[in-house]
Design a protein around this ligand. Structure first.
Ligand code: SF4
Length: 382
């Protein structure tokens, strides 16, 4: 049975955050959302045909964005019913939705649970007004607490998560400790931790260029990451991926698919897919995406058929993001011996500098390696 994960990109937000480099558009009219979902349905019809997806089973559905919690329940209802008519759902399907404070209340939380959404991922970023304001988020700390209270009080979501961000200008260690105190107060079963990363294309990226001294810097970020990891461990969280922590059994099934290099289908503007060893990318602007679909064309504008060597490098990198790492033996079963040996020689070099270690036939990043993971990954890709 071919099981895949399904990602749906919903590119609408109340306004653009000042650090945001995702494909998202400020949302003015509800018609924009209903039109978009009509196009998504057409995309499914086109892709099922073109990519032979008739007999797949969905193991997860993930509404990401953007702000998918802006989508009216009736539209979601129709869309999820359409998915149900066209695909089989696995019995343990995980249906996640990203949501922002200010866009969900207890009534909407009930509606989502009723529609079959069983996991919420909340983009909180901070519990402190001055950071929320600086980031250009559309809500205040009061709305963050209201949302968390609603989720806990309705008792309909056992599986939920929130994101926090560090590395913000003027942020001190005691500011960060305050964020973590709130995390411990609310005890989400899952938690994601990101440092602020800025592209030169976004307003805060320009601000950073002229005021980088106001930002806490890499050493501060490394010590915050280490401290947080220890604090979370004491509270029963396990880091299962570089930026993700969960209580046992609450790891995000959908994201595990990415890191385990398994198949997924991405729908919507700018989405990526990985099917039968081919990486695909949809058109990256809303108008281009919609135009292609309305002309009955696939929205995929880029296809990359990975060579065995690329596949191996990607598999190693993705696995190293996770604390479970990878099993050497499995690589030998799937790839030519000389190719695997070449990569292992590189990993042994990293091990000499204590960035990586081998434990009972599995390779994993050390805490030291986690802090420079992206540099190591670039060398593995080379
Ligand atoms: S809510 Fe998320 S996707 Fe939307 S603008 Fe802000 S950062 Fe970007």
């Amino acid at each position: 049975m071919r099981e895949i994960a399904l990602y749906i990109h919903v590119p609408f937000c109340i306004q653009k955050c000042r650090y945001c480099d995702f494909v998202s558009y400020p949302y003015h009219q509800s018609e924009a959302i209903s039109d978009y979902f009509k196009v998504l349905v057409q995309e499914i019809q086109i892709r099922v045909e073109k990519e032979n997806l008739q007999n797949i089973v969905l193991k997860s559905i993930y509404f990401g964005g953007g702000t998918p919690s802006l989508v009216p329940s009736e539209i979601l209802n129709d869309f999820i019913s359409f998915l149900g008519q066209n695909f089989r759902f696995s019995e343990s399907i995980e249906v996640s939705m990203e949501a922002n404070p200010g866009t969900l209340n207890s009534e909407k939380i009930r509606e989502l649970a009723h529609l079959g959404v069983n996991r919420l991922s909340l983009g909180i970023q901070s519990f402190q007004n001055r950071f929320l304001f600086f980031l250009g988020r559309t809500y205040q700390e009061k709305e963050v607490h209201n949302l968390l209270k609603d989720i806990i009080d309705t008792g309909l979501f056992l599986n939920w998560s929130f994101d926090l961000m560090y590395g913000l200008p003027f942020q001190t260690f005691s500011d960060w400790k305050k964020e973590i105190e709130y995390l411990f107060r609310y005890q989400p079963p899952h938690f994601s931790l990101y440092n602020l990363t800025l592209s030169h294309r976004v307003p805060l990226g320009v601000f950073y260029k002229n005021h980088f001294a106001l930002f806490p810097g890499q050493d501060w970020e490394a010590s915050v990451y280490r401290w947080t990891q220890q604090a979370l461990r004491k509270c029963g969280y396990r880091r299962y991926e570089i930026s993700n922590f969960a209580k046992p059994g609450y790891e995000c099934l959908h994201n595990l698919t990415y890191w385990r290099n398994q198949e997924y289908l991405g729908l919507g503007v700018s989405s990526c897919s990985y099917l039968k060893g081919i990486r695909m990318k949809n058109a990256s602007t809303l108008s281009h995406y919609q135009k292609r679909i309305k002309n009955c064309r696939s929205p995929v504008v880029n296809k990359d058929i990975l060579t065995l060597k690329q596949k191996l490098a990607e598999e190693i990198i993705l696995a190293l993001r996770m604390s479970e790492g990878f099993e050497t033996e499995k690589l030998f079963q799937s790839y030519p011996e000389n190719m695997v040996q070449e990569k292992l020689a590189l990993l042994e070099n990293f091990a000499l500098s204590h960035f990586i270690q081998e434990k009972t036939g599995r390779w994993i990043l050390t805490s030291k390696g986690t802090l420079i993971a992206n540099q190591l990954f670039l060398e593995i890709l080379d």
